[in-house]
Design a protein around this ligand. Structure first.
Ligand SMILES: [Fe+2]
Length: 215
């Protein structure tokens, strides 16, 4: 490893640590009973870091145009993601060959993991990070063993939690809890959606089950 690479890795670790610290603060300060269940996953995680590199996907670019209101801790997290967007590793779970999400979804979403089996902070217990969805994309009904929190940092979406439940509109600052194995979906409207997500329980890299294949 060259001196330059060592320097970049150390800068990247500092960025990841700052983001992790803000995420942890959000979870520990939250009065939401579902969020509080995720506290244990943050314990002793800082030491287990690896360099995952960085990769920017097209769907992460709308972050350029978002303004964070840093008067709240959620706004602070958003600001850190925006500022450091090109130092993070952005990825996608699905591909066209999976035939579970549409083309608009595939070209309009990306997420960057901060804790999880892959890292940068290695954990078999807590998968967490930030996702970005462009306007007018639909995440179809799907489910997984992990219980999940969606914490909206910017934008809004209509969420369906439970197969027979109506859609409910949520916006910036609101928290959505998805119990283990409960089918859920959401759709963005006319603005970019940025969410802090948390997963725990079951296989942290499980690929979601979907109701149907897209033809
Ligand atoms: Fe989910």
């Amino acid at each position: 490893m060259t001196i330059m690479e060592t320097g970049r890795a150390s800068d990247t670790r500092a960025i990841h640590s700052e983001i992790l610290s803000t995420m942890k603060q959000m979870v520990f300060e939250s009065a939401n009973p579902h969020v509080r269940k995720f506290r244990d996953g943050f314990r002793d995680i800082e030491a287990h870091w690896r360099d995952v590199g960085c990769r920017v996907l097209p769907a992460a670019r709308p972050l350029n145009a978002i303004k964070a209101d840093t008067r709240s801790i959620a706004g602070m997290l958003l600001a850190q993601i925006i500022t450091n967007r090109e130092s993070l590793f952005w990825e996608q779970t699905y591909s066209k060959a999976d035939r579970v999400v549409g083309d608009a979804f595939l070209s309009g979403y990306a997420f960057s993991e901060i804790t999880g089996q892959r890292g940068p902070f290695i954990s078999d217990r807590l998968r967490s990070g930030v996702g970005v969805w462009e306007p007018n994309v639909e995440y179809p009904l799907h489910w997984h063993d992990a219980e999940e929190i969606y914490w909206i940092l910017s934008g809004s979406a209509g969420f369906q939690i439970g197969r027979e439940q109506p859609k409910s509109f949520k916006e910036s600052g609101e928290i959505v809890f998805v119990p283990s194995s409960v089918p859920h979906s959401f759709g963005t409207r006319d603005e970019v959606l940025v969410m802090f997500y948390l997963w725990q329980g079951g296989d942290l890299r499980q690929v979601s089950e979907f109701e149907r294949k897209i033809s």
